[in-house]
Write a protein that binds this ligand. Structure first.
Ligand code: SF4
Length: 440
């Protein structure tokens, strides 16, 4: 899929990595080591972590338990916040907040905070959807991020600072974050080392302390990444962006399917469920006249029947430059009923924040400029032709998107002292998942 809208600024991971590490990505061990090198006792690290994760301190100067010279040294050694600028747009009476974060190289990423008020028998929840990459190499045609193309991987601290931004905004209203989903911009399993470091920090009682079961990591089907996760035995939820169970159609909707076909993805997910005892969440974006037929629901039922699985149906968000729109609600309800009749627990997820472009990448794409009308027309024609061929049962002859295989190689680019050690621990050397604790 051609990139119609270039990123606002050409990203450079090397330039970003040359900057001081973000404080939120630094492990407690690394911080203790830093204080030890400055002749200070280990409890100083605890004071800084409390300030970073609980007090919402905006700078080292607000860590008042430290002497000014230490505050200054901390400020020189670490970036206190890697999000240079954040623009927040609220909608639905403040229930949905879309945040556009500008990183230190000018690249724009997004997070979406959705609040669900309490109801009889249900506590209030606040779910944050975060990005793991700037742009995305997978190029799903119904997704605004896919239109942007791949920019760069996010650093661990850039992933975590999206969370700190939301925690601060919630705390100002007396609220707290209850759930985090890696379903924003990017394919998390193509930036897996850093995503694991981030999950480790979110779950760590000494940092955010969010229960593992309150965290969901989503993938479009990076099979080596799923297998690697299975080896770690995580207690967070794994979500698979399925969208179709027929290969010809999934080749078009999730171009990564040309590399790992749906049967391979589902087999890896089934093994993950068996090894972890955790139910897999399968996401299906419902696109009118494309993937919402009885044949599609039957194909999904056929491939998932009898598995530890849950299906989420999501009406497609309107995305510029595609010929498609969401399936009508009666069609989605019929689809859901057929899945339930086949024994698959199925829910329909309501879209949130369409007025502010809550689908991942929409706001960043809008700010990237408008592609030429001729390019839009070409893209639409190509999608119409490729989906028509898919519905005739023809497999795609297009190549696997560039960057997919490279992204699955072990990516070991720690940026803060001690992070590599944290990853190794999370990667099997005594990984501990804190499932029971909620956020503090
Ligand atoms: S849906 Fe997810 S995997 Fe597909 S292009 Fe968008 S961000 Fe990437």
């Amino acid at each position: 899929m051609p990139n119609l809208a270039p990123p606002i600024v050409q990203p450079s991971l090397a330039a970003i990595e040359a900057l001081p590490p973000g404080i939120s990505g630094v492990t407690p061990d690394a911080l203790e080591a830093w204080f030890a090198a400055h002749g200070e006792p280990p409890f100083r690290a605890r004071q800084v972590l409390d300030a970073v994760w609980r007090s919402g301190a905006a700078s080292p100067a607000e860590v008042t338990t430290l002497k000014p010279s230490l505050q200054a040294a901390l400020g020189d050694a670490f970036r206190w916040d890697t999000l240079g600028d954040t623009e927040v747009i609220a909608t639905e009476g403040g229930l949905t907040e879309k945040a556009l974060h500008r990183l230190d190289d000018g690249v724009a990423i997004e997070s979406v905070l959705m609040r669900y008020p309490s109801a009889p028998g249900r506590r209030e929840r606040a779910t944050l959807c975060i990005s793991s990459q700037a742009g995305c190499a997978v190029g799903c045609p119904f997704c605004a991020t896919g239109e942007l193309g791949f920019g760069r991987d996010l650093l661990t601290s850039e992933i975590l600072d999206q969370v700190r931004s939301a925690v601060r905004r919630l705390a100002a209203k007396g609220r707290r974050l209850t759930n985090i989903v890696f379903m924003g911009m990017g394919e998390p399993l193509l930036n897996l080392d850093r995503v694991l470091e981030a999950v480790s920090a979110l779950n760590d009682p000494a940092r955010l302390g969010l229960g593992a079961r309150q965290i969901t990591v989503s993938t479009s089907g990076v099979v080596p990444g799923i297998r690697r996760l299975t080896g770690l035995g995580p207690q967070f939820t794994l979500a698979i962006s399925l969208h179709a169970a027929r290969d010809p159609l999934r080749d078009v909707l999730v171009p990564l399917n040309r590399r790992w076909p749906v049967a391979e993805v589902v087999a890896a997910a089934r093994e993950h469920a068996r090894a972890t005892g955790r139910r897999i969440s399968y996401e299906v974006t419902m696109i009118g006249g494309v993937n919402d037929t009885d044949a599609d629901s039957d194909a999904i039922a056929g491939i998932l029947r009898g598995q530890l699985a849950h299906v989420n149906l999501i009406p497609m968000n309107p995305v510029a430059h595609t010929p498609w729109t969401a399936s009508p609600m009666p069609v989605i309800e019929r689809f859901a009923d057929r899945l339930r009749d086949a024994g698959l627990p199925t829910t329909i997820r309501r879209n949130r924040g369409q007025e502010v472009g809550a689908a991942c990448g929409q706001l960043a794409a809008e700010r990237s400029g408008t592609p030429a009308p001729a390019a839009v027309a070409r893209r639409r024609d190509r999608l119409v032709a490729s989906s028509a061929a898919a519905l005739r049962g023809e497999r795609s002859r297009e190549a696997v998107p560039a960057g997919i295989d490279a992204g699955t190689e072990a990516n070991s680019l720690p940026t803060a002292p001690g992070i590599a050690g944290a990853t190794r621990r999370a990667a099997g050397g005594g990984a501990r998942w804190h499932g029971a604790r909620g956020p503090r």
